[in-house]
Design a protein around this ligand. Structure first.
Ligand SMILES: [Zn+2]
Length: 131
């Protein structure tokens, strides 16, 4: 059985490179998950703090600050959750043997890019095109 297609259907990354990228992804996944937990706890603390001061709104100088911090935390959590989704997709693509191939054009994503951004789903030229 010979593969005559010009376009790569599987990554040319070596098993060793894939293993290294996978451990990077898994470490990042764990870190991001812990970060989300921390931010979620902080948000819970904000809610409690606001509830405690809610009876005295007029004399609560911390009110607007807490609301601001809470919205910041919410934005950070959203970004982290998005990051987690990207990592999960990358791991899934790895399981399917499609990891390292650009989602848009199907070409190989440069190893240097994957080492910096192992969750990257687009090659550099496609990523720049999107922006
Ligand atoms: Zn591409």
């Amino acid at each position: 059985m010979t593969n005559i297609a010009e376009r790569p259907s599987r990554t040319k990354l070596t098993a060793r490179q894939l293993a290294s990228l996978r451990s990077q992804l898994e470490a990042d996944r764990e870190r991001t998950g812990m970060h989300i937990d921390t931010v979620t706890d902080e948000m819970g603390a904000f809610v409690t703090a606001r509830r405690d001061t809610a009876t005295d709104d007029e004399h609560d100088p911390e009110g607007p600050t807490l609301a601001f911090e809470r919205s910041q935390s919410s934005a950070i959590r959203g970004q982290s959750q998005q990051h987690l989704v990207e990592i999960d997709i990358a791991l899934l693509r790895m399981d399917e043997g499609r990891y390292g191939l650009c989602k848009s054009c199907g070409n190989e994503i440069a190893l240097g890019r994957l080492q910096v951004r192992p969750q990257a789903a687009l090659c550099i030229s496609c990523a720049e095109h999107v922006r």
